[in-house]
Design a protein around this ligand. Sequence first.
Ligand SMILES: Nc1ncnc2c1ncn2[C@@H]1O[C@H](COP(=O)(O)OP(=O)(O)OP(=O)(O)O)[C@@H](O)[C@H]1O
Ligand SMILES: [Mg+2]
Length: 341
Amino acid sequence: MNDQGIENPGSRENLVEARDLKKWFPIQTGLLERLMARRVEHVHAVDGVSFNIRKGEVLGLAGESGSGKTTTGKLVIRLEEPTEGTVHFDGQDLGALKSEELRKMRRRMQVIFQDPMASLNPRMTIGEAIQHPLQIHFPKEASSHKEMIYDICDKVGLTPPQFFVDKYPHQVSGGQRQRVVIARALVTHPDLVLADEPIAMADVSVRALLLDLMIDLKNELNLTYLFITHDLATAKYICDRIGIMYLGRLVEIGDLRDVYSNPLNPYTHALLAAVPVPNPHHRRTETMPSGEIPDAINPPKGCRFHPRCTYAQASCSEVEPELRELKPGHFVACHYAEQFL
Ligand SMILES: Nc1ncnc2c1ncn2[C@@H]1O[C@H](COP(=O)(O)OP(=O)(O)OP(=O)(O)O)[C@@H](O)[C@H]1O
Ligand SMILES: [Mg+2]
């Protein structure tokens, strides 16, 4: 067991094992400021995060804007180099791979970002966009590309494929564009898909359809998802387990049902209390704590949530809580979490 108490290190059940990940971004300042400053300041975007992603599961990462979700996702698939910490993917240390080995590994780790318009080249047809990863990862199988493109178009509901492949992104609907992005991510048959707010830009009417599609594709193609969202209702729909982030730290992680039915961190409590419920008889007693998220340049000493926490005691401003397992598979970083059991 490592210092953050994550279960099953080295388990073959795990596709990803992230350990003590940190990503600090230096703050860009002018030359004069740099010359005068005694030290370079950093944004502590991710600041000591450990978790596993089991093969075949959907692990959600949730938390308010700026909590470090996207940066964590990018560290997992090595779109960002960690400042510290390691990621093992299917048992291999990504940081130890040579560039050619990492390039090959990238076929197995694909990404779906939030904005299909921004992630598709407007001058490439849909067919060309979906073919692009095939040209990178399967250049020798060019004669099969068309079949592979048509096959994935069928799977994501761009049917009939011949109707879509010669069109440009602006010639199809927003929901169809997101299907193109999903097709492009899945055409190389990856193992892990980082889905970063994949339905946030879609029209409300097609969000549930896209989520259902992602669930069907996961089952059909044996995928594992790291699913990032700030929306706990969306997470409830698709995730098996969920990690809650606050200011660069993981503050709670466990099976979705356990975390939602018995949140052990006051921050998770507050996030869940702020989710609107359709049942008028269900009374909410709490609201989101007031105050902005403190800045990630100088995070508060001790527990980072203590300035906003209604349960904070003196020690919370002194000692940073580590994740600990309070119930089987349910980890929380709070000194006083026992009161919520
Ligand atoms: N390339 C970068 N350079 C400098 N700071 C960055 C960079 N990328 C992210 N940050 C900062 O790191 C922190 C975490 O950002 P990140 O995008 O990971 O958060 P997030 O949880 O995904 O937020 P959102 O819900 O808004 O997408 C923020 O303070 C952000 O401003
Ligand atoms: Mg983000």
